[in-house]
Structure formats: structure tokens, C-alpha cells
Design a protein around this ligand. Structure first.
Ligand SMILES: [Fe+2]
Length: 166
């Protein structure tokens, strides 16, 4: 998950059209639900032998067949994986990187996968990450254009300008 919803608020207060970015944040939560459902369907009826053969015995001891949000290497999900700098240029770049990293993760899953019932939704999710990347690219262009026409270095003057108004 990335910082789409945080970007929504930043862009909203800059009066930039951000309806699509808000929808991306909501859609990402839907993707989490889809992945959780796939994992649930694949693991719910595993036998003890299948669990051992798949290398899921340690996971089973901790979580049985419950869906525990973690990386493929077993690192639990934490908010520390979300990067928020508070600078719209930096945060949009972070989102662009997050979309590409999600796409590569789906590419890697597809390299391992031979189940058509998994391949099809993973291909769909991969395609959505590409669309998200394109929308964030458009957002970066809009933000850069509207930031300040004399701002050649594309830094974010939002914070410093606020300070001067006081
Ligand atoms: Fe995405």
C-alpha cells in the first residue's frame, strides 16, 4: 500500500483535480482483499502434508490458515513500509515507485504460477498497477506545472510559503 490517500488531501488543498487519485487509494484496498481471498482459497483445505511440502509449516504454527498480511519473505506488514515525506514532488515519486514495485511483484508471482484461476486475477492486478503508474505520472506533470512557473528545480514551496504568511 502506498500513500495515495495522503496525496489526495495534499492535492485537494492545492485545488488540483484529484478524484482519480482518491479512487486509486480505494482500489488498492480492494486489491488487498482480492489477494487475501486468493490466498484463503488456495490454503483453506490444505492437509498437514501439503503444508509441510509447501514450506508453510512455520506460517501454520503462527497463523493456522488465517490471512496474515506479510511479504513473501514473511516480514509482517507495518505502517513503516509507507513512505510519506510531506512534499508533493517526493510523495508522487514514491507512489510512482510503489506502483512499479507492485508490478514487478506481480511479474514474479506470474513466473511461479501455473494455476489459471490465479494467473487471470494477478494479470488484472498487474494491469491496474500500470494504469496507476500512468495516472501518477499525469499527477506529477500537473503538480510540476502548477507549482510555480519559476520553480526550475521542482522543489515544493508549500511548507515555506505557509511559514511566511504568518
Ligand atoms: Fe497501484
Amino acid at each position: 500500500m502506498n500513500v495515495n490517500l495522503r496525496l489526495f488531501y495534499t492535492l485537494f488543498f492545492q485545488k488540483i483535480s484529484v478524484v482519480y487519485l482518491y479512487l486509486i487509494g480505494t482500489e488498492e484496498l480492494g486489491h488487498l482483499e482480492m489477494i487475501g481471498t486468493i490466498v484463503y482459497q488456495l490454503t483453506k483445505n490444505m492437509t498437514v502434508e501439503e503444508i509441510k511440502e509447501a514450506g508453510l509449516d512455520q506460517y501454520f504454527v503462527d497463523h493456522t490458515a488465517g490471512i496474515y498480511p506479510s511479504s513473501a519473505a514473511g516480514m509482517p506488514y507495518t505502517a513503516s513500509s509507507m513512505q510519506v515525506k510531506g512534499d508533493i514532488i517526493a510523495d508522487v515519486h514514491e507512489n510512482l515507485a510503489a506502483e512499479q514495485k507492485a508490478r514487478v511483484t506481480y511479474d514474479n508471482i506470474l513466473r511461479f504460477c501455473d494455476d489459471p484461476d490465479v494467473i487471470d486475477p494477478i494479470r488484472f492486478l498487474r494491469q491496474r498497477e500500470i494504469v496507476h503508474y500512468q495516472r501518477f505520472g499525469e499527477a506529477l506533470r500537473i503538480v510540476t506545472d502548477k507549482l510555480d512557473s519559476k520553480n526550475f528545480y521542482a522543489f515544493n514551496p508549500e511548507f515555506d510559503k505557509r511559514k511566511k504568511r504568518r
